[in-house]
Design a protein around this ligand. Sequence first.
Ligand SMILES: C[S@@+](CC[C@H](N)C(=O)[O-])C[C@H]1O[C@@H](n2cnc3c(N)ncnc32)[C@H](O)[C@@H]1O
Length: 212
Amino acid sequence: MARNHDEYIHHLFGNEDEALQSVNESIRKNGMPAISVKPEVGRFLSLLVSIAKPRNIMEIGALGGYSGIMLASALDKEGSLTSLELEEAYANVAKDNLNRAGLGDKVKYVIGPALQNMDSLHSAGQQYDFFFIDADKINYPNYFQAALKLATPGAVIVADNTLQGDNVFDENVTTAHVTAIREFNEQVATDERVEAMLLPLCDGLTICRVKP
Ligand SMILES: C[S@@+](CC[C@H](N)C(=O)[O-])C[C@H]1O[C@@H](n2cnc3c(N)ncnc32)[C@H](O)[C@@H]1O
């Protein structure tokens, strides 16, 4: 019996198919950190992609490809995923996992610091209509600003871990990453270019829509 809403939601929506289980297994085997999105967050990402029907998704933080599979599997035939990852070795694991899931032709990995690569992609005239921010927390405010530059009108920007284990509303917690997420939350709540909401799903999921 579930003891709280998180356990209840996990019980109902937290099941994983073989492809997702094998992502977690490959992460463990390769000694990578076990910090993929929770299955219910992944499922919600798929749902958002099915609703928004983006053509070009940008993911910031690939790790082993768990969220990449959830995003890419919900894309229409013509849709594509550009995934930004600092660590080449992680991107290679993610690529293998997306290939195994039959999604390899939908994804392209861009290796290196995401902010720099977002800048280069902007200079190259690239645009995206869906963003998933899930990399280093300290850069969330910068990723939000960079995403706004790369966004088409009506684009969706989603960010994970925006409650930081409820530390965001504990004034006594002033660590750099919690302070950065607080700043990000304040930005999205007040920036008139977007409509936004923070949902208390797992560790907090923020969803914004860039006003057309
Ligand atoms: C929480 S994990 C991503 C999990 C992934 N979204 C998933 O659910 O499958 C964060 C990832 O961001 C990457 N990362 C950290 N700093 C980065 C940076 N400056 N630029 C690009 N990626 C970065 C890490 O290497 C790590 O793979």
